[in-house]
Write a protein that binds this ligand. Structure first.
Ligand SMILES: Cc1cc2nc3c(=O)[nH]c(=O)nc-3n(C[C@H](O)[C@H](O)[C@H](O)COP(=O)(O)OP(=O)(O)OC[C@H]3O[C@@H](n4cnc5c(N)ncnc54)[C@H](O)[C@@H]3O)c2cc1C
Length: 453
């Protein structure tokens, strides 16, 4: 049995490892377009900031470690065509040689690509996207050779935030151009304002409601314009306006596409074509709460979906549990996290949401270093079911693990009040007898009672 996998990042390698684990005798081949299989692209901002000094350490596993598992890697092989009738994939290598590879089962794990907004001049030297190792190498080389002093980041999502931090650490003066007028739109405006003040505190300028239509090289500078009006002149530009599913090769097989142009899959990660599975950033994902498809390109999801696809491709019968959109980002000394639905999203899904904000110490205030954690809980007024949570706190306040308590509760359909009964850990340097998660749940329940009376 030959399992062929297109794509060698989070989803593709997870699939390969799981397939080998479940059926050791399976012949597994992974086609990888570049020469960086299983690299943590999530770590690129920290490589560029200088916090991670050596790019090689970004590898989740080395090539040798992957091959030791009996997985055959074909690096610098780009799949260009899938023939599902004859069960073959055409791939072209770096020297433009074409190979026809037969498969019994195929997994498409081609990931995503950076969105290229319709802006003239994106190809100019000094203008970058950040998705691949090669993007990071190119930006690093530019920074080393040209010593830029200023940067503009287009977009205000989590990659923009991480890169604002990274480039500031490298000594650049950074401006974030937020077209929508809010930073990190994935959390409520109340939290967005805290992020904005934190950016200002660290010298990052946020410019709202700007639409860049072109970038031009004028002398040493890259000038960002809205039509003829010059908005800003900088030395480096980063386009961080989102990701789109990479489905070119999937389309050649006639695979059905769904939301945002991502590949439609079942919970078993099967496509509509027999013996072809797909996983990761190239597919739509099922939202566990809304029970419908959504597009959430995240490394956490890609790993899980890859594992499901790998197991099923070799005869297993497992299903992906669904996404809740649990995310966390560190911006300088601040950590911002969310899971589940926000108020307006819950309303859109037919719930009757109530969102309540609370603030409490991350650990006992008498023990040095205590900081406040702000939490917003969204629950359903009728059923009291937890629908979502957002959190902001300082680095070291365990924000990411506390959002994971909410994610676990959401996954299991718990009511907000149930959080108070959880037996969570406590010692004064690390927590409080009532954890901030529980204080937030109690604040929600209290508000719910008030709003009823
Ligand atoms: C800067 C940055 C920071 C991020 N930070 C986080 C984070 O903190 N947390 C988080 O959860 N997620 C984060 N993400 C998202 C996360 O990296 C992705 O969700 C994850 O990498 C998706 O994995 P994937 O395997 O589906 O696809 P990808 O990582 O996109 O990999 C696709 C693979 O397919 C290969 N490929 C594509 N087309 C072909 C072809 N035709 N033939 C052969 N090979 C092909 C590529 O070479 C690559 O190996 C971040 C992303 C970026 C860019």
């Amino acid at each position: 049995m030959h399992l062929l996998i297109i794509g060698g990042s989070d989803a593709g390698i997870s699939a390969a490892l799981r397939a080998k684990e479940c059926k050791t005798a399976t012949r597994v081949t992974v086609l990888v377009a570049d020469s960086f299989p299983n690299f943590s692209i999530c770590g690129l901002p920290f490589l560029l900031s200088g916090e991670v000094p050596d790019w090689r350490t970004l590898a989740h596993r080395t090539i040798e470690e992957i091959e030791r598992e009996g997985i055959h890697l074909r690096l610098k092989h780009r799949a260009t065509y899938i023939d599902p009738v004859n069960k073959t994939v055409t791939a072209t290598n770096d020297s433009k040689q074409t190979h026809l590879i037969e498969y019994d089962k195929l997994i498409i794990a081609t990931g995503a690509a950076s969105v290229q907004p319709p802006i003239e001049g994106l190809g100019l030297p000094g203008a970058f996207a950040l998705r691949w190792m090669r993007d990071a190498f190119a930006m690093e080389q530019y920074i080393t050779e040209h010593r830029p002093k200023s940067a503009a980041i287009l977009g205000s999502g989590y990659i923009s935030m991480e890169m604002a931090d990274a480039l500031t650490r490298r000594g650049l003066s950074v401006s974030v151009l937020a077209r929508s007028g809010s930073v990190l739109k994935t959390v409520d405006a109340e939290m967005g304002e805290m992020i904005r003040s934190n950016l200002h505190k660290h010298g990052v300028r946020v410019i709202d409601h700007v639409a860049v239509t072109s970038i031009t090289q004028e002398g040493e500078k890259l000038v960002l314009k809205n039509h003829t009006e010059a908005l800003l002149a900088v030395d480096l530009v980063l386009i961080a306006t989102g990701a789109r599913p990479e489905t070119d090769v999937a389309q050649t097989a006639g695979v059905s596409m769904g939301i945002h142009g991502a590949i439609q899959v079942s919970l078993a990660m099967e496509t509509n074509i027999s013996d072809i599975y797909a996983a990761g950033d190239c597919v739509e994902t099922r939202h566990r709460l809304i029970k419908g498809p959504t597009y959430m390109p995240l490394g956490t999801t890609a790993h899980k979906q890859g594992r499901v696809a790998g197991e099923n491709a070799v005869g297993g019968r497992t299903e992906f549990g669904g996404s809740l959109g649990t995310q966390v980002v560190k911006i300088f000394d601040l950590v911002v996290a969310r899971t589940g639905l926000r108020d307006h999203e819950a309303m859109g899904e037919g719930f009757e949401p109530l969102t309540v904000q609370s603030e409490s110490w991350d650990h006992k205030a008498y023990y040095p270093g205590a900081t406040k954690v702000r939490i917003r809980i969204t629950g359903d007024r009728k059923s009291h079911r937890l629908l979502g949570a957002q959190m902001v706190g300082s680095y070291g306040a365990e924000v990411s693990k506390r959002i994971d308590v909410f994610a676990t509760a959401l996954f299991n359909g718990m009511k907000v009040e149930d959080l108070s009964h959880l037996d969570l850990s406590y010692t004064p340097p690390l927590g409080c007898p009532w954890d901030p998660v529980q204080i937030a749940a109690q604040a929600w329940a209290k508000n719910q009672d008030v709003s009823k009376s």
